[in-house]
Design a protein around this ligand. Structure first.
Ligand code: SAH
Ligand code: SF4
Length: 386
C-alpha cells in the first residue's frame, strides 16, 4: 500500500526510524543520531529531549524546540490483588482512555504448549499482556459497551496508542516482560485504521518495542474492508479477534449496530479469506448476556456459523454497565455454552474477569474517572471517586 503521509512534527512519538532519518538529514545531523532518538523513545520510554543524555546538545535543543514530549501521561494507576494494573491514561490535548496490564494467571489455558516449546529450557519471564485503547469513546454503539454508549470523542494518534505501552512498561514488576499487546480497550481499532497500522509497525519494530507480530492482537467489531486491508498490509501476521456476540443477523444487529452495515453474510467470508499463517486461528469473542444470547440454541448456531473458519472462541461473561438491566449468565449456563462448542470441535475458553476489585476488565471501559461516560450514564455508585 502507498505510505500514508506522516507529519513527524505533529506526532513525533508515532514516527518510524526512516522518518527520524529524514528529519535528522534535513537538520544535517548524522544518521546514527536519528536511531539514537528513536531508541530513546521506543526502547527506554524517554521522549523528553533533556533526558536523551548521549544526544548532542544542539540536537537536543532542536528536539525540544519541535515540542518532542510523551503525548500521554498516567493519570492514575490501580493495582488489583491479582496483580492486574489498570492505568487511566490522559492526553495533554484532551481525553482519557484506559489501559490494563494483565499478569499471567495459573489457569491460562490456551497456547500454553506453544509457549513452553518457544521458551526452551530457560525460565520464562512472567509474560504480561497489555490491553490498550485506540480511540476516546467509540462510534460503533454496541448496546452493552460503555465505550459505545459514550460515542466517539476522537481518534488517537499512533503516538498516543504506542505511548500507552511506553508508559505501561514503566510499571512492569520484577521478572515481568511485556509479551502480548491486545487492542481491546476503548475504541474500534479498524475505524482508526491508519493510526493503528502505524502503531502496529512501531509495536513490532525490531529497533523499538520489538513485539512479535503474532503477539499483537487487533480486536474488531467486524469492519469488513479494514479486515481485508489489515490482512493484506500485514500478510495475516497480526492476530485478529472478531467480536461476534450473536449467531444470526437479527440478534447481532440488535446488539451491534455495525452488523447492519456489514452483516454476517459479508463478515464470515471475509474471515475465511483472512490470510492466516498455518496453525494460527482467529479469536472469536462472544460476550454472554443472560437470556439474550446465551441459550443452547445460540451456541449451536455459533458452531454452525463458524464452520470453515479456523477459530477459537473466547466466552466473556458480561460486565454489567450501569444504565441497562443486562446481567452475566449463571456459571452453569456459560459452561453449557462452552460444552456445546467443544462437542462440535471448537476450542472455547471462558474468560475470567481479572482485576475485579479495581474494575479493570479489559474490553470494558472502567467508568471511574471517565468524565465523558459519566455524563451519559447517570447512576454509578462510586463515580465520585474520580
Ligand atoms: N471495539 C473492538 C475492541 C474493543 S472492545 C471490539 O468490539 O472488538 C473489546 C471486547 O470487549 C469486545 O469483544 C467487546 O464486545 C467486549 N465488551 C465490551 N463491553 C463489554 C462488557 N460490558 N462486558 C463484556 N465484554 C464487553
Ligand atoms: Fe466499540 Fe468495541 Fe464497544 Fe462495540 S464493543 S462499542 S466496537 S469498543
Amino acid at each position: 500500500m502507498p505510505p500514508v503521509p506522516h507529519d513527524i512534527l505533529r506526532d513525533p512519538v508515532g514516527s518510524l526510524p526512516e522518518e527520524w532519518d529524514a528529519l535528522c538529514a534535513s537538520w544535517s545531523e548524522r544518521p546514527f543520531r536519528a536511531r539514537q532518538v528513536f531508541r530513546w523513545i521506543q526502547t527506554r520510554s524517554v521522549a523528553d529531549a533533556a533526558g536523551m543524555t548521549d544526544v548532542s546538545r544542539g540536537l537536543r535543543d532542536r528536539l525540544a524546540a519541535m515540542g518532542l514530549a510523551m503525548p500521554a501521561h498516567i493519570d492514575r494507576a490501580n493495582r488489583a490483588t491479582d496483580g492486574t494494573r489498570k492505568l487511566l491514561i490522559g492526553f495533554p490535548v484532551g481525553g482519557t482512555v484506559e489501559s490494563v496490564l494483565i499478569p499471567p494467571m495459573p489457569d491460562d489455558d490456551d497456547d500454553e504448549d506453544e509457549e513452553v516449546a518457544e521458551a526452551g529450557p530457560r525460565a520464562p519471564a512472567k509474560r504480561v499482556t497489555q490491553c490498550i485503547s485506540t480511540q476516546v469513546g467509540c462510534a460503533m454503539g454496541c448496546v452493552f459497551c460503555a465505550s459505545g454508549v459514550a460515542g466517539l470523542k476522537r481518534h488517537l494518534t499512533a503516538g498516543e496508542i504506542v505511548a500507552q505501552v511506553l508508559l505501561g512498561r514503566t510499571l512492569l514488576e520484577e521478572g515481568e516482560a511485556l509479551r502480548n499487546v491486545v487492542l481491546m480497550g476503548m475504541g474500534e481499532p479498524l475505524h482508526n485504521y491508519d493510526a493503528v497500522a502505524r502503531a502496529l509497525r512501531l509495536l513490532t519494530h525490531h529497533d523499538g518495542i520489538g513485539l512479535s507480530t503474532r503477539r499483537v492482537t487487533v480486536s474488531t467489531s467486524g469492519l469488513v474492508p479494514e479486515i481485508e486491508r489489515l490482512g493484506a498490509d500485514f500478510r495475516g501476521e497480526v492476530a485478529l479477534a472478531v467480536s461476534l456476540h450473536a449467531p444470526d443477523d437479527d440478534l447481532r444487529s440488535s446488539l451491534m449496530p455495525v452488523n447492519k452495515r456489514y452483516p454476517l453474510g459479508e463478515l464470515m467470508p471475509a474471515l475465511r479469506r483472512y490470510p492466516l499463517a498455518r496453525r494460527r486461528r482467529i479469536t472469536i469473542e462472544y460476550t454472554l448476556i443472560a437470556g439474550v444470547n446465551d441459550r443452547p440454541a445460540h451456541a449451536r448456531g455459533l458452531a454452525k456459523l463458524l464452520r470453515g473458519v479456523p477459530a477459537k472462541v473466547n466466552l466473556i461473561p458480561l460486565n454489567p454497565v450501569e444504565g441497562n438491566a443486562w446481567r452475566a449468565p449463571q456459571r452453569a449456563d456459560v459452561e453449557a455454552f462452552q460444552t456445546i462448542l467443544r462437542a462440535d470441535g471448537y476450542s472455547a475458553f471462558i474468560r475470567r474477569t481479572r482485576g475485579d476489585d479495581i474494575d479493570a476488565a479489559c474490553g470494558q471501559l472502567a467508568l471511574h474517572g471517565a468524565a465523558a461516560v459519566k455524563r451519559k450514564l447517570p447512576v454509578f455508585a462510586g463515580a465520585g471517586e474520580a
